[in-house]
Design a protein around this ligand. Sequence first.
Ligand SMILES: Cc1cc2nc3c(=O)[nH]c(=O)nc-3n(C[C@H](O)[C@H](O)[C@H](O)COP(=O)(O)OP(=O)(O)OC[C@H]3O[C@@H](n4cnc5c(N)ncnc54)[C@H](O)[C@@H]3O)c2cc1C
Ligand code: SF4
Ligand code: SF4
Length: 425
Amino acid sequence: MDMAVDVSVIRQHLIDPEICIRCNTCEATCPVNAITHDDRNYVVRADVCNGCMACISPCPTGSIDNWRTMPMARAYSIEEQLTWDELPAELTPEQLEAEGVGAPQEALLQVPAAPPQPATAPGETAFNSAQYGATVPPWSAAHAYTNLHPPKNPTTATVVGNFNCTEAGYENQTHHIVLDFGAMPFPVLEGQSIGIIPPGTDANGKAHFARQYSIASPRNGERPGYNNISLTVKRVLEDHQGKPVRGVASNYVCDLKVGDKVQVIGPFGSSFLMPNHPKSHIVMICTGTGSAPMRAMTEWRRRLRKSGKFEGGKLMLFFGARTQQELPYFGPLQTLPKDFIDINFAFSRTQGQPKRYVQDLMRERAADLAELLKDGQTHFYVCGLKSMEEGVVLALRDVATEAGLDWDQVGMGLKREGRLHLETY
Ligand SMILES: Cc1cc2nc3c(=O)[nH]c(=O)nc-3n(C[C@H](O)[C@H](O)[C@H](O)COP(=O)(O)OP(=O)(O)OC[C@H]3O[C@@H](n4cnc5c(N)ncnc54)[C@H](O)[C@@H]3O)c2cc1C
Ligand code: SF4
Ligand code: SF4
């Protein structure tokens, strides 16, 4: 070991709070859990980040790619980073010298070694579903434009439609919103998302940050040939623990009227994209508003099928909600031909019925899923609440194992080939 290396200086990895859209991609990607967040900021632990760069390319905004030369002893703590509205400037050579570390040379800068992974109980293996999520798109995906309208320079869209797409009269409403961009370029693909900036300020007087919403319409528009997109937005009236709250952006969006103007950023996302080659299969597993990208992909395939020029593979959908009344698009889904899409519903709170989750349905359909897992043309998409992700990937693992497949090989193959996509929030 070269004892001359000055380990007291690091290139500290930081996230720019001004352009970060709080999409959680980096936190889900980081292999050593160096990234964390609160209600406002995403931050990096200086003593944990080992500079592996795994989080850099998946970040849709580039806000993750910020580095500052810092004396290790002065590294910004996560508590400090959580209060930031903007990144601090680089320390000047004079400031560094005043810290007693001298002007740093690039070659001497160190990042801390990764700490050991969290220990597991003897005989128990930790299951990290995120490690199987692809960060590359399928080989036949179309080119996705990203960040054309960045957080510092949003564009304006006009609301041209807004209706409740869950059963009327129930509290847990989800709205189908249509936004029109007029002559402003806003090219999108199924699986991408946009950010909406709610007007006004938060309790601390700071401008609200953008919330992300998946695009629910296909690439050629909610209405074919129009420069518009649709969203599927759940009105948040209670937090994840069931405590009453009034979600800022979701209520703003659900209350929008036709003709209202909205501040939009994006599009975002360059890997959760659908395959475009003939006979490619798509397995979609979602809960609640996680159905938005699935609606987009299904509708694009439906339009292609109608044109008669595209030979699609299988489409299989596993869709979960608390009740049928809360399931977005329940009615329209019923009208899709059975030879076009294989739909499986799971309801976890239907009175008098046992709780059923999407992973239960997947196990019931193990024989069909095993065939699809063996087929290199199959692409899996998982979207919805964070709490579903592990159970779904575990179900895939069990299906593979019971079919005599080596899950680690299959799972890593799916990741490498951009065939297993996880987007949970
Ligand atoms: C990649 C990505 C795609 C997304 N796509 C969609 C989408 O298509 N449709 C959609 O409706 N949402 C989607 N979301 C979630 C969305 O961005 C917002 O987080 C959500 O609308 C809540 O924002 P809010 O401003 O209303 O609530 P906030 O004011 O930010 O939060 C209020 C409270 O509610 C809790 N909370 C936040 N979200 C939820 C939730 N979904 N359910 C229950 N409690 C919650 C918060 O923890 C907080 O305590 C997506 C998020 C990501 C990261
Ligand atoms: S560079 Fe690597 S270790 Fe650091 S935050 Fe990104 S993914 Fe995690
Ligand atoms: S925008 Fe980039 S830095 Fe911000 S949460 Fe998403 S991936 Fe992380």
